[in-house]
Design a protein around this ligand. Structure first.
Ligand SMILES: Cc1ncc(COP(=O)(O)O)c(C=O)c1O
Length: 390
């Protein structure tokens, strides 16, 4: 590896930059996970997580990446052959759908053009047709990390209610939790899936299920095989702050510190900061004369912005140059968007000057790779961020 001075700019949409406070917290010695000190840590983080999900229901923590929490949500609530309705908003929704297929469920896909979020009207009309209630769950990715499009989960809930359908609502908040407003209880979400490495500002390695009363009731009769992911044993041990198997102790130290930081800033301020950085980024993109992939302003993401490359220009070529010359990582295009878009992560431990540096790297990279664009994107973002009303 060549020597690069200064900090690497990790501007992919997760894993995000881990604050020094969190890194220091994780550097403490590992303790006995069955001893008294651990119980206090477990009780604290399990309680403090609830307001982040805006729920009064239990939140459980797996020592696993987000994919594990996806699996946990399905295997705890569903039985072999159950139909699940999945809005295919992008790459991550399609991976969740593939997982459902592999687990022996029958996923039914509602396609999108990958520039829009889940369509509440399409969900409503499909559920209305399902008179026999064969569909047992509706799966939505709140912030589709491959596209930078936010689905309107509250509207999806209302669509399910209008159809008078009993399907559970399972929502992936892996790249929205603690960065984009999410209201588990108010929106009637039954299982929320989340991960540590994005808005929570932690390294990868923890993932979460928040569980509604209805989802817990469904888990009592769900027949898909499960052991590591089983909620019942986890919830039993969590009552006293413990886990049925060895927890990721040092990541939990980090989580405790990250939750403190979020509370110090205030969750609503955290959301406002992300919204503002999303807007500043889009102003830069427009000033460059490039397109934002997300087609509907009501669905813009505060976590990341996917930028469409002009025809005939390689997004991965641009990313490679920016990485080599400026030591900054940007997100790649995934699936059908490979090489067509690049993604700017503006979530987690992030401020105005981080965005200024990030956009400067992009603007210089566009120049070095001769991508047709106008200058002035960085300036447009700076003007927005420095205006007194912001
Ligand atoms: C929206 C979304 N869902 C699921 C995943 C998969 O999570 P993981 O890679 O942590 O297993 C990701 C990862 O980036 C994601 O962004």
């Amino acid at each position: 590896m060549s020597y690069a001075s200064g900090r690497h700019f990790l501007q992919i949409p997760g894993p995000t930059n881990v604050p020094d406070r969190v890194l220091r917290a994780m550097a403490a010695p590992t303790i006995d996970h069955r001893g008294p000190e651990f119980g206090a840590l477990g009780r604290e983080v399990l309680a403090e997580l609830k307001p982040i999900f805006k729920t009064r229901n239990p939140v459980i923590i797996y020592p696993a990446s987000g994919t594990g929490a996806w699996e946990a949500a399905l295997v705890n609530t569903l039985s072999p052959g159950d139909a699940v309705l999945i809005s295919e908003t992008g790459w991550f929704a399609s991976l969740w759908q593939q997982m459902a297929q592999r687990l022996g469920l029958k996923p039914e896909v509602l396609p999108t053009d990958w520039r829009h979020g889940a369509d509440p009207a399409a969900i409503e009309s499909r559920l209305e047709q399902d008179r026999a209630h064969a569909i047992k769950a509706v799966c939505v990715v709140h912030n589709e990390t491959s596209t930078g499009v936010v689905s309107r989960v509250g509207e999806v809930r209302r669509a399910i209610d209008r159809a008078r359908h009993p399907a559970l609502l399972l929502v992936d908040t892996i790249s929205s939790l603690a960065s984009i407003d999410f209201r588990m209880d108010e929106w009637g979400v039954d299982v929320t899936v989340a991960g540590s490495q994005k808005g929570l500002m932690l390294p990868p390695g923890l993932s979460f299920n928040a569980i509604s009363t209805r989802a817990l009731a469904a888990s009592k009769s769900a027949k898909l095989a499960k052991s590591f992911w089983a909620w019942d044993e986890m919830l039993q041990h969590n009552k006293n702050g413990y886990f049925p198997y060895t927890p990721a102790t040092n990541l939990l130290y980090g989580l405790r510190e990250a939750l403190k930081m979020l509370n110090e800033e205030g969750l609503e301020n955290v959301f406002a900061r992300h919204t503002r950085h999303g807007e500043a980024t889009r102003r830069a993109v427009r000033a460059w004369g490039l397109d934002v992939l997300c087609a509907d302003p009501a669905e813009y993401s505060g976590s990341l912005t996917a930028v469409v490359m002009p025809q005939g220009h390689s997004a991965d070529g641009l990313r490679k140059t920016i990485h080599e010359v400026f030591d900054m990582s940007l997100g790649t295009g995934l699936g059908r968007l490979a090489d067509k878009v690049f993604r700017i992560g503006h979530l987690g431990h992030f401020n105005d000057l981080t965005l200024a540096g990030t956009l400067s790297g992009v603007e210089m990279g566009l120049g070095l790779t001769a991508v047709p664009h106008q200058r002035g994107g960085v300036q447009a973002a700076l003007d927005f961020m420095a205006s007194p009303a912001r």
